[in-house]
Design a protein around this ligand. Structure first.
Ligand code: FMN
Length: 163
C-alpha cells in the first residue's frame, strides 16, 4: 500500500509498541507538573541513562527542559487512568487527589511499575520537541506488568509465554 509520507509515518508508528510513562518535574513556582509519554527510550548503561522527547507546546515543557532532575514513572497495566490523567491537556491540576510526594525536588507518584529519578544531563532541541537525556540517580521497582501502547490503544494485556 502506497501512502503519503505523513500518513505512512502515522500508520507505521501506530504499530510500534511501547511502554507508557509519566514524566514529572517541579516548576519554578514550586508546583508539580507531569506528562504522559511513550517516547521514552533506554539510552545507555554507561552511565545508566534514558531519553525522552517533550513537545514544545506542553505546559510542562519549560519545567522539564530547565529542571535539574525529573522523575520517570513506568506505568502498570492497571494504571490506565493515570495515563489519561497526565495526557489531559486541559487538566488544571493533574496531581489533585493522587497519592504522591516530593522526592527532593522531584514529584514521585505512589505506585507505578518503576520510579526512576534522573539528573537532566543534556537537552537537544530539534523540530517541535526537546530531547532530554537523564542519568539515573535512584529509584524503585515494583511487581507487575507494563501498560503497553500500540495501535492507538493502551489496554493491551501481556500474555504468558508458551512453555
Ligand atoms: C499515549 C500518549 C503518548 C504521549 N507521548 C508523549 C511524549 O512522548 N512526549 C510528549 O511531549 N507528549 C506526549 N504525549 C502528550 C502529552 O501527554 C500531553 O500533551 C500532555 O498533557 C502535555 O502536557 P500539559 O498538559 O502539561 O500541556 C502523549 C500522549 C499520549 C496519549
Amino acid at each position: 500500500m502506497e501512502l503519503k509520507v505523513d500518513e505512512l509515518f502515522r500508520e507505521a508508528m501506530s504499530h510500534l509498541a511501547s511502554g507508557v510513562a509519566v514524566i514529572t518535574a517541579r516548576r519554578p513556582d514550586g508546583s508539580p507538573c507531569g506528562i504522559a509519554a511513550t517516547s521514552l527510550v533506554s539510552y545507555s548503561p554507561h552511565p545508566p541513562s534514558l531519553l525522552v522527547c517533550v513537545w514544545h507546546e506542553s505546559r510542562c515543557h519549560d519545567a522539564l527542559a530547565g529542571c535539574e532532575r525529573f522523575g520517570v514513572h513506568l506505568l502498570r497495566s492497571d494504571e490506565l487512568e493515570l495515563a489519561h490523567r497526565f495526557a489531559d491537556r486541559a487538566a488544571r491540576d493533574k496531581f489533585a487527589g493522587l497519592d504522591w510526594h516530593w522526592d527532593g525536588d522531584v514529584p514521585e507518584l505512589d505506585g507505578s511499575l518503576a520510579y526512576l529519578r534522573c539528573r537532566r544531563a543534556e537537552n537537544f532541541v530539534r523540530y517541535d520537541h526537546t530531547i532530554l537525556i537523564g542519568d539515573l540517580q535512584s529509584g524503585r521497582l515494583e511487581a507487575g506488568d507494563p501498560l503497553v501502547y500500540s495501535r492507538r490503544r493502551m489496554d493491551w494485556l501481556m500474555q504468558p509465554m508458551m512453555p
